[in-house]
Design a protein around this ligand. Structure first.
Ligand SMILES: Cc1cc2nc3c(=O)[nH]c(=O)nc-3n(C[C@H](O)[C@H](O)[C@H](O)COP(=O)(O)O)c2cc1C
Ligand code: SF4
Ligand code: SF4
Length: 318
């Protein structure tokens, strides 16, 4: 059979899985017609295939916003076969269901979905710090999972997806990310004085969220949350700041309080909505203000990630 692969990889793990999948497909006598990185524009003239494979990492218990945006732009197909594979540190949350839903919306017949476990690139979690031995074990298991997934395709079988309860609970984390957090997340990043002004973070960001300002990176909205900038800075100069998050929380609480005082006389539903709009706007403004004044304050020693070891990136390239 002829396969086409579409993937996105923030820090290299999904790319690594894509490479191993290509090798495994070819060993099984299949042909891989193309391997397209969803970070780049969709070419108009991709070769014809029998099955399209979609490989996506899991961020915040779902599919990265960048992948969602690209899947929504896929050309409409007439019942073409597809598989949707996810790559996650632990669990795929609502990702497998949501990815399949988006593909079905483009006319795909989604045969099967899969979860492949790889090292966790979400830096704030201490479980991210895995030893060399653990990594090798994770890789071996990932190769086994890829084989299992290809068996499902070859024999037209499916493994169970997420349980309904897991999917519903994950949605509570995922949809706030998709519709709100990604506009705020990047304002919690800062570059420390270790920065050597190389511009790599600006060049590599898949969402063009980073601009160099006063020789140092400055983050803007629409960050897909891939943590590539943090994980691949050559001198580990990018941190997440508790103070930035603190500014956001302070702004959110103040705005919520003001909204309560000013809008309390309105009807209860509208009042409730305005309170929450104010809360989220306050968080956004708080983190934004922090980003702007950070460079002028001597607060580097309070930064959250300072001194922590950067975690592994599967291949160092995408
Ligand atoms: C912002 C962020 C959120 C994440 N959320 C989850 C999650 O909800 N569940 C999970 O199992 N792994 C989560 N991860 C871990 C990634 O899914 C995992 O490390 C994956 O291999 C990353 O692939 P990539 O290098 O191709 O981006 C998260 C990683 C990041 C950066
Ligand atoms: S990649 Fe690191 S060192 Fe280079 S500009 Fe960005 S923060 Fe500075
Ligand atoms: S700002 Fe960093 S985390 Fe956000 S999309 Fe760009 S590289 Fe990824």
């Amino acid at each position: 059979m002829r396969f086409g692969i579409y993937y996105f990889s923030g820090c290299g793990n999904t790319f690594w899985v894509a490479q191993r999948t290509i090798e495994a497909l070819e060993r099984r006598g299949h042909e891989v017609a193309f391997c397209h990185n969803l970070e780049t524009a969709l070419p108009m003239d991709l070769p014809k295939t029998d099955i399209d494979m979609f490989l996506s990492p899991i961020y915040y218990a779902g599919v990265p916003s960048l992948v969602v945006e690209k899947l929504k732009l896929m050309p409409i197909t007439g019942n073409k076969k597809a598989v949707f594979w996810t790559v996650a540190g632990q669990f795929s949350g609502i990702g497998r269901r949501f990815g399949s839903f988006l593909l079905k919306d483009r006319g795909y017949n989604v045969m099967t979905t899969l979860l492949i476990r790889m090292p966790d690139t979400y830096l704030p979690l201490s479980i991210s710090q895995v030893s060399e031995e653990q990594k090798q074990l994770i890789f071996q298991k990932a190769i086994d999972q890829i084989d299992m997934g290809l068996n499902e395709i070859d024999h037209n079988t499916t493994s169970p997806g997420e349980k309904k309860r897991t999917a519903i609970l994950s949605a509570l984390l995922y949809f706030p990310y998709l519709y709100y957090l990604r506009y705020v997340l990047s304002y919690c990043f800062i570059s420390t004085s270790k920065c050597i002004h190389c511009g790599k973070c600006e060049r590599d960001c898949p969402c063009q969220t980073i601009r160099i300002f006063k020789d140092r990176p400055s983050w803007h909205k629409n960050c897909t949350g891939c943590f590539r900038c943090v994980n691949t800075c050559p001198v580990s100069a990018i941190d997440i700041s508790w103070i930035g998050i603190g500014f956001g929380v302070f702004g959110a609480v103040c705005s919520w309080f003001l909204a309560t005082v000013f809008f309390a006389f309105l009807g209860s539903v509208l009042y409730f909505l305005l309170e929450w709009v104010a809360f989220f706007a306050g968080f956004w403004i708080g983190t934004w203000i922090f980003q702007k004044i950070y460079l002028y304050l001597p607060i580097e020693k309070y930064l959250m990630m300072k001194g922590k070891k950067r975690i592994f990136i599967a291949d160092g390239k995408k």
